[in-house]
Each structure stands twice: as structure tokens, then as C-alpha cells.
Design a binder for this molecule. Sequence first.
Ligand SMILES: Nc1ncnc2c1ncn2[C@@H]1O[C@H](COP(=O)(O)OP(=O)(O)O)[C@@H](O)[C@H]1O
Ligand SMILES: O=C(O)C1=C[C@@H](OP(=O)(O)O)[C@@H](O)[C@H](O)C1
Ligand SMILES: [Mg+2]
Length: 182
Amino acid sequence: MAVALVGLPGAGKSAVGRRLGARLNTPFIDTDYVIEQRIGCSIRDYFDREGEVAFRDIEQTVIADLAANAQGVLATGGGAVLREANRSQLRDHFHVIYLRSSPEDLFRRLRHDVKRPLLQVADPLGRLRELHDARDPLYRETAHDVVDTGRPSIAMLVNIIVMQLELAGIVAPGAHPEEPAS
Ligand SMILES: Nc1ncnc2c1ncn2[C@@H]1O[C@H](COP(=O)(O)OP(=O)(O)O)[C@@H](O)[C@H]1O
Ligand SMILES: O=C(O)C1=C[C@@H](OP(=O)(O)O)[C@@H](O)[C@H](O)C1
Ligand SMILES: [Mg+2]
């Protein structure tokens, strides 16, 4: 099984992906974590020092490496879809799910965030609106399924995605039941 999550910063790719991997009993990989291991510092520091293009070059290499041995649940970074090479690697090797969110919901989740370099600006909500307008068509082009994240909790999103994967024939129906609440 190989599932990739795409969407804007704050959409829940990392948080939902981690829980989805556990539920499906399959490895969870976050491209941003793999990148930070390779560069040896935080993405924000790397952006400051080397610039966005250098980051995108490493991101492209990491996505190509992971696609060559596609498995588990992959959380991508929000900008992974900017390059056509990444879009086709993801589409061709993973079942891609777009976690769609409104800029307003994302702003609510990320208003205190200091880790995302693209949002360290005077008007982060305005920046999220620009990113949404520019990237929404690219996420849709890359994804096989779209899930709206506005209202559901992270646990509910995992349930919705498992159901979608069952419908798409990626996982067997009933093979990954929800853990009973303890
Ligand atoms: N559906 C949701 N409901 C409530 N909080 C969420 C939801 N999705 C994500 N979050 C929270 O928003 C923040 C950003 O999520 P994260 O998974 O890091 O996003 P991404 O990896 O897509 O940028 C985290 O604190 C996460 O717990
Ligand atoms: O949207 C983007 O261009 C980025 C999103 C980040 O990941 P998240 O989507 O997990 O925040 C990270 O890859 C980097 O800061 C660039
Ligand atoms: Mg993330």
C-alpha cells in the first residue's frame, strides 16, 4: 500500500498521516522530516540560509527517492505539488489524497506557528489565501481523492480516509477496524 497526503500547510498531512499509518499498520514517512535529516537543520533555518529554490531541489530529490520504493503513508510538504516532476511522481506511485481546507481554518490552526517559513509574514491569512488560490488546482490535479478537513477531527479524518481507501480497493474492507475507545 502506498498513500500520499497533499494539501496546504496546516491541512493535517503530518498529524493525520501519522495516525493513518498506525491505523493501517504501515510505516509513516514525512518528507519534511526526511529533508531535515538530510540538511541537518530545520527547514526554516535552511530557507533563511539557502533560499527556497535550494529547498525545492532537495524536496524533489527526496520525493523521487521515496517514489522509487513507494510504501506506507507519506505526508508531503505543502509546496510539493509546485513542480510537475513531483506531481507525476506522486500521482504515478501513490494513491494521493488532497486534504482540502479553507485559508480561514488553516489560519486558526497555525496562527502561533513559527516553523513554517512561508507564513512568517505580516499577514499570514492573506498569504494562506494566495497559497490556496495558486495551489488548489495543483492539489486537485495530483490527487485521486479529495477530503474536506474543515469540520472533522483528526480521528474522524482517519476514518473517512480508511473508508475511501476501502472504496478505491487500496485496502480490504473491514481489515483495519477502529480501535475501541479505552
Ligand atoms: N482536522 C483537524 N482538527 C483539528 N486540528 C487539526 C486538524 N488537522 C490538523 N490539526 C492541527 O493543526 C496543526 C497543523 O497540522 P499538521 O499535521 O502539522 O499540518 P500539515 O502537515 O498539513 O502542515 C497541528 O497542530 C494539528 O494537530
Ligand atoms: O507550503 C510550503 O511550501 C511548505 C510547507 C511545509 O510543510 P507543511 O505543509 O507540512 O507545513 C514545508 O515543506 C516548507 O515549510 C514549505
Ligand atoms: Mg507537515
